[in-house]
Design a protein around this ligand. Structure first.
Ligand code: PLP
Length: 283
């Protein structure tokens, strides 16, 4: 694989980052994941908008223009002959002697990008539907910033796997926040889609925005509000969204089937429309 580090395209074996990098020492870094379909980027501008927001929130400067980042994304897709998968981008506050205080403006950020192949369209998980467990959301209170501080998300994902499930829906004060790396939705018995409203408690998914537009297009009512675990278990249908999972049905919560325990029609329809829309707008 060819990867990008601070201005250079290199074979992955030759790419290095300092042991003093603040991303490594403090998780002082932010990231974006943009999916690739047919060798094209899905909703790149949405990911750039959120990137700016994450950087602003942490007082970090944009290391280069959006257009330059786009060129690097495309170059990596091309050099790796990537047809379907993702491009990962990480920007850290750079490398300096270990110190909690931020380094001065002379310290350049560390910019890393790499590609990863992933079957997005023909996904076994989408066909089968995911089983989720519910667990405490013990993350910090700035889940709206896409930082690489992903330890709790990683722990709950592993907790889910250990219990024979696929993912964990995290719960704060009795209400579902989101999945380990995706936004969470239910479809109530009257056919309304419910997903948590945007706040510091969740990451505002780029896919979430797009999928809610798709829902409006097909005339499905959406309520952006928190829902309880009990509501989720009584739902007709459940699903999650993310850049690389698109729309993925949820068929069980804590071992209890959701609806009839099969992937639901609303998720399937939204996935179809989302793919169609994304393909048409991909760059
Ligand atoms: N929530 C969390 C915690 C995430 O990590 C992600 C994506 O990685 C999402 C939601 C979904 O965001 P997006 O649709 O932009 O991928």
């Amino acid at each position: 694989r060819t990867v990008y580090v601070n201005g250079n395209f290199l074979p992955e074996e030759e790419a290095t980052v300092s042991v003093f990098d603040r991303g490594f020492l403090f998780a002082d870094a932010i990231y974006e994941v943009t999916s690739v379909l047919d060798g094209k980027l899905i909703d790149f501008s949405g990911h750039m908008t959120r990137l700016h927001r994450s950087l602003d929130a942490l007082g970090m400067a944009m290391p280069m223009k959006d257009a330059d980042l786009l060129a690097i994304h495309r170059e990596l897709v091309s050099r790796n002959a990537l047809s379907e998968g993702l491009v990962y981008l990480q920007i850290s506050r750079g490398a300096e002697d270990r110190d909690f205080a931020f380094p001065g403006p002379d310290v350049p950020p560390t910019v890393v990008l790499f590609t990863q192949e992933k079957q997005i369209i023909e996904s076994a998980l989408v066909k089968r539907g995911q089983k989720v467990i519910t667990t405490d959301d013990l993350r910090w209170r700035r889940c709206d910033i896409k930082t690489v501080q992903l330890l709790w998300a990683s722990i709950v994902k592993n907790e889910a796997k250990a219990k024979g499930a696929d993912d964990a829906w995290m719960v704060r004060d009795g209400y579902v926040t989101e999945g380990s790396s995706n936004n969470a939705y239910i479809v109530t018995t009257d056919g309304t889609i419910v997903t948590r409203d945007i706040s510091n408690d969740i990451l505002a998914g780029i896919t979430r925005t797009a999928v809610l537009k798709c829902a409006a297009e097909i005339g499905v009512t959406v309520e952006e509000r928190a829902f309880t675990v009990a509501e989720a278990k009584a739902a007709r249908e459940a699903f999650s969204t993310s850049a690389t999972g698109f729309v993925t049905p949820v068929i069980a919560i804590d071992g209890e089937p959701v609806g009839d325990g099969k992937p639901g029609p609303v998720a399937a329809r939204l996935r179809e429309i989302y793919i169609e829309m994304s393909r048409a707008a991909a760059i």
